[in-house]
Design a protein around this ligand. Sequence first.
Ligand code: GDP
Length: 227
Amino acid sequence: MQISAELVASAAEARDFPRDRLPEVALIGRSNVGKSSLINALVRRQVARTSAAPGKTRLANFYRVQRDARPAFYLVDLPGYGYMRAPRPGAGPRGREAAAEAFNRLTEAYFARGSGIGDQGSGPSSRSPVPGPRSRIAIGVLLLVDARHPGLEADLDAWAWLDTQRCARAVVGTKADKLARAERARHTRELESVFAVPVPLVSARTGEGLDELWKLIARIPSRRTAP
Ligand code: GDP
């Protein structure tokens, strides 16, 4: 497999986002969940700076990726959304307001550019300075959650918020190598129960699950551009 990957934009504001309208697959998750490490593992080189880099967490980083002869797309490393909190026991329905707090303005501006399945170009894009409804971009999002900690409130809030956005989405459990075999099965069940979707586990360290993740990434554009 031939993979090319280069960082083409580190955006602090929406006006810095690339404008060439390539499809995008965004990675979102708590700070330190392993977004940068996963990008590096997927493209098999160190293109993404890991969390130690100062200021990194406030930028949206766009990596132009091409695998074999497939169409190019952007992998986008969005700012992390806060730190681990204990799961809220017996938590009731999460209000939109609380969920929105999980994200910063850059992330909201990012998703305002996205298209959804059957999208006709209506929606909240007027809040975003670029681009307008006619040029909505195909966006898929992978919510990364630490496989060791199923059901963190911040992750559930993020998932609830993504539900309000126009994008295909999936959940992926990171750092699978830190779980013993029995724990993997149990944590996968818990993750799939709280998110109500299949949750593949991956490890940037060992490469486990990356082939499946590439397949998932390849399916996201066809899901979101389906008529
Ligand atoms: P980000 O803030 O989401 O971009 O997270 P990073 O990619 O910077 O990773 C945060 C920390 O988790 C770093 O110390 C990584 O080495 C570690 N890490 C990331 N992915 C894995 C993984 O798959 N397995 C293990 N064991 N550690 C990981």
